[in-house]
Write a protein that binds this ligand. Structure first.
Ligand code: GSH
Length: 191
């Protein structure tokens, strides 16, 4: 049995929640209060951060690594392309996610210039999606899941509208057709 140390408001945890739901993997969830983290969490992950996945005492932190682990452990349905070159490009998108998340957190902190920087990143994603249907290539997968938690939160709690970013808006609409992503959107709306 898998256990996920989880926090509803955490977008990194959302990545793992979405992958688990897509793969229909049974999981026990332990909700962590991020404003009052239990000391034992540091025994699961020295940084005290969530998400952490646990399987029979074996522990795995870091959302990007957890997503890859789940992809290999539960290969169906596939969330990475079969072709090695396409897989590498999907992984590159995930590897570079902080180009997007850095201005998102700067905007949350109210830093000057953050909105412009985030707009630049939205435009970059929009341009990428004008040329392909999904961030990782021809099929939905881990690259989309790696980004969508921040898009949902930017819309819901930072008032970031996607008007004017047509390809990005269409991508988000396609994502919201997926029950796993729609469930995350509902969770974000209830935060
Ligand atoms: N690189 C980590 C980041 C995880 C992370 O920053 N989680 C936040 C919640 S969204 C956290 O636990 N923050 C507590 C802290 O920074 O002390 C991952 O991808 O899993």
């Amino acid at each position: 049995m898998l256990t996920l140390y989880d926090a509803p408001r955490c977008p990194y945890c959302a990545r793992v929640r979405i992958v688990l739901a897509e793969k229909d993997v049974e999981v026990e969830t332990v909700e962590i209060d991020l404003s009052d983290r239990p000391p034992w969490l540091y025994g699961k992950n020295a940084s005290g951060r969530v998400p952490v996945l646990e399987e029979d005492g074996w522990l795995l932190p870091e959302s990007a690594v957890i997503m890859e682990y789940l992809e290999e452990r539960h290969p169906e349905p596939a969330l990475l392309p079969a072709d090695p070159a396409e897989r590498a490009l999907a992984r590159l998108m995930i590897f570079r996610h902080d180009g997007f998340t850095r201005p998102y957190y700067a905007l949350r902190r109210g830093e000057e210039g953050a909105r412009e920087a985030l707009d630049g990143e939205l435009a970059r994603l929009d341009a990428a999606l004008a040329g392909r249907r999904w961030l990782g290539g021809a099929a939905y997968g881990l690259a989309d899941i790696a980004y969508v938690p921040w898009l949902l939160r930017a819309r819901e709690s930072l008032g970031v509208e996607l008007d004017g970013y047509d390809a990005l808006s269409d991508w988000l609409a396609r994502l919201l057709d997926r029950p796993a992503v729609a469930a995350e959107a509902a969770l974000v709306a209830a935060l």
